[in-house]
Design a protein around this ligand. Sequence first.
Ligand code: NDP
Ligand code: ZN
Length: 332
Amino acid sequence: MDAIVRPLAVAPCTSDVHTVWEGAIGERKDMILGHEATGEVVEVGSMVKDFKLGDRVLILAITPDWNSLEEQAGYSMHSNVMLAGWKFSNFKDGVFAEYFHVNDADGNLALIPEGLDPVDAVMLSDMVPTGFHGVELADVKFGDEVLVIGIGPVGLMAVAGAALAGASYVYAVGSRKVCAEAARKYGANEIIDYHNGPIAEQVMKLTKGRGVDSIVIAGGTVDTFAEAVTVLKPGGTIGNVNYLGSGETINIPRVEWGVGMGHKTIRGGLMPGGRLRMEKLAKLVTSDRLNLSYLVTHRFNGFDHMEESLNLMKDKPRDLIKPVVVIDDKLF
Ligand code: NDP
Ligand code: ZN
C-alpha cells in the first residue's frame, strides 16, 4: 500500500523549528527532519493502484492511516493517537532525505497537476492546507469580519482562504513588511502591527468596539488567546492552527469569555490530510484563484542548503516569508 518517494523540492517549516529548538513534541532522536516536499515516486507496493514509478507527486505533511477508527469518526489527522497523522519527523523519518516513505500511497499522494510549478507546489504540503484549515476551524461565513493573527506563510494562506470563503473585511496581524505586502495581495484590508500595542486594543479601536466575527490564530503565543477571546463577538469562533511550542497553559480571560457563557467558541486543529484535499487545493492554484508565488521568497539549489534554509526559518529575517530547497533542478 505504501510508496518510496525521492524529493524534488522541500521546505523547512516553523514547526521544524519548534521541534528542534523547543522540543515541543518531546524528545526525538536519530530521526530525519522535514514534512514539506514534492517528489518523484521511485517504488510502490503491490497494492498501490493509482501511482507508478516516475510519477511526480504532492505529499501532504499529514499522512493519516485511512482505515483508523479516528478517521472513521472524521478525524483523520489523529489516526490511532492524537496528532499521529503527522508522521514525518514525529513518528518516523521525515522528508529531508534522499528517499522517504509514504504510507497508504493512494490516500496520501496526488499527482502534481499540469501547469503547477513544482516549487510553488511545495506550499501545498502544509502552508495552504493548514492556513485554509484555520479558516474552516474559524467557521468563516459570507460577510464576516475576520481577524488573522500572524501573517507568516500559514497566516497568509488563512488570509487568502478567508477572502475566498467570503469574508467582507480582513484584519491581519504581523510586522514584517514583506508579509504585510503579501497579506494585502491575498485580501487583507488592514494590517495591525502587534508591536504598536495590544492586538485587542487595536482591533477594538478599528472596529469601533464591535470586535470581529471570526479569528484565525497562526502566530503568537499561549497569551494570544486572551487577545482573541477579547475581540471575538458572541457567537464567533476562533480557529487556532498555531503550534504552541512552549508554555504550560492557555489563557482565556474570564469576563471577556462572557464569564463562561459568551458563546465564544475556541477550536484548534491539525490540518486533515488526504489526496482529495490536495487535488482540490491544487485546482485553486491551476484555476488562478490562488497565487502561491508570493510565498516563496528564498530559493536554494541542493541539499547542502538545507541547514541554511532551516536557520532562516528560525531567525526569520525581515525579508523572509518561506524558503524552498530544490533538490533536483534538472527535473524542472
Ligand atoms: P511565522 O513565524 O512565519 O509567522 C508567525 C506570524 O506571527 C508572523 O506574522 C509574526 O509577525 C506573527 N507574530 C509573532 N509574534 C506575535 C505575537 N506576539 N502576536 C501576534 N503575532 C505575532 O510562522 P508560520 O506562518 O510558518 O507558522 C505559523 C504557525 O503555524 C507556527 O506555529 C507553525 O508551527 C504552525 N503550523 C501549524 C500547522 C498545523 O497543522 N496546525 C502546520 C504548519 C505550521 P512578524 O511579521 O513580526 O514576524
Ligand atoms: Zn510545515
